[in-house]
Ligand binder design. Structure first.
Ligand code: AHG
Ligand code: MN
Ligand code: MN
Length: 349
């Protein structure tokens, strides 16, 4: 009987189909120790949350009571969509009985949510924006979920989550799920940025692209120009520069994850500056801009508040907002140059 055991060659497509998210995390960490297994398992649960949200979104328009507003306002003072609450609960549910995540902090919850059975063991906190770009949900345009994982430091006995008020370098993992024509999960654990696409026939996120790197310059600028009337002069001067110079194009969807993904893949800059109504800007640091800043810098880009590196910013409260400039190094530095010029004029140098 001929022995073919040595003839088995790993076909590249089979190996690719087997490069699931949890396997990729362990490959990246080059370790099977408990911490690596924990992160791999956490990412797997996040993937499950993404699948549940994607499934709901794909049928939302055909179901009663899925789209539209709840009639409530959240801690942000924003009207809450039913999908916001559904997705918020999904992320809580996938971590129950996991022993992994003790605490979840979300855009939709004033205070962190504790999963008691996990707390003596799980020392991680998940910070997340369950549905980013809610304004797009009812009109079937892309939305996303944003996540960030931090170590829970101390027993946090009084539950005020003070240990979360630290800069963005403290993140252990971060990423987003983009619910678009395909459902894509983009993540980093500090060893580069990698994308996975949900294969509905397998029910798995399969590796699409490894070590995504941004071009140093891009033609896209992504900003809500409807806020022009309430920007500082420095930002207005930057926008006028965009209007008067060839080689730039505007793209803005109203959903941060989609707009940022375009910048990550094609270069350019996304900005949400401070406004008269919101001097700190609209975007929240701990579960929107810090995770995305971490990704952008992992991909060779730059993340700034306009006056300091965004990842250095230390929040004073859980739902702290910051002015946000994310993108290719040259594009971000061009925005910063207008802000620095204005500062020089103010101090008269
Ligand atoms: P969310 O839906 O989680 O509240 O986030 C919406 C954010 C962000 O996705 C987007 O970039 C920004 O709001 C759009 O704000 P404007 O409508 O003011 O441009
Ligand atoms: Mn958001
Ligand atoms: Mn949201």
């Amino acid at each position: 009987m001929p022995d073919h055991s040595n003839d088995i060659t790993q076909s590249p497509s089979l190996d690719r189909d087997c490069t699931t998210l949890s396997r990729h995390v362990l490959q990246q960490l080059q370790s099977f120790d408990t911490a690596a297994q924990d992160i791999s398992a956490i990412m797997n649960r996040i993937a499950l949350a993404g699948k549940l949200v994607a499934r709901r979104l794909s049928r939302a328009g055909l179901m009663e009571g899925v789209l539209g507003f709840t009639g409530e306002e959240n801690v942000q003072g924003e009207s809450v969509k039913r999908m916001d609450l559904y997705a918020n609960d999904v992320f809580i549910s996938v971590f129950k009985q996991s022993g992994l995540v003790c605490r979840l902090a979300s855009e939709e919850m004033e205070k962190p949510y504790y999963i008691p059975e996990n707390c003596p063991i799980g020392r991680y906190t998940l910070l997340y924006d369950p549905i980013d770009g809610s304004s797009n949900v009812d009109i079937n345009l892309n939305v996303g979920s944003i996540f960030s994982i931090r170590q829970q430091e101390g027993m946090d006995l009084d539950g005020d989550a003070a240990d979360l008020l630290q800069n963005g370098h403290k993140q252990i993992a971060a990423g987003y799920i983009l619910y678009g024509p395909s459902t894509m999960l983009v993540y980093s654990i500090g060893t580069g940025v990698h994308s996975f696409i949900l294969d509905p026939s397998l029910g798995e996120f399969i590796l699409a692209e490894e070590n995504i790197t941004m071009p140093n310059h891009g033609s896209i600028y992504s900003v809500n120009e409807g806020n022009f009337w309430q920007w500082e002069d420095s930002i207005r001067d930057y926008i006028r520069y965009m209007h008067r110079h060839e080689g730039y194009t505007a793209r803005y969807s109203g959903a941060l994850v989609g707009d940022l993904h375009r910048i990550l893949m094609q270069g350019g800059v996304f900005l949400y500056p401070g406004t008269k109504k919101k001097p700190e800007g609209k975007l929240r640091l701990l579960y929107e801009t810090a995770p995305l800043a971490w990704l952008i810098e992992q991909a060779g880009g730059k993340a700034s508040t306009g006056t300091m590196p965004l990842l250095d910013f230390v929040p004073t409260y859980l739902h702290q907002r910051t002015p946000t400039i994310l993108g290719s190094v040259e594009n971000v530095e061009l925005v910063e140059s207008f802000i620095q010029e204005a500062e020089r004029e103010t101090v008269g140098v």
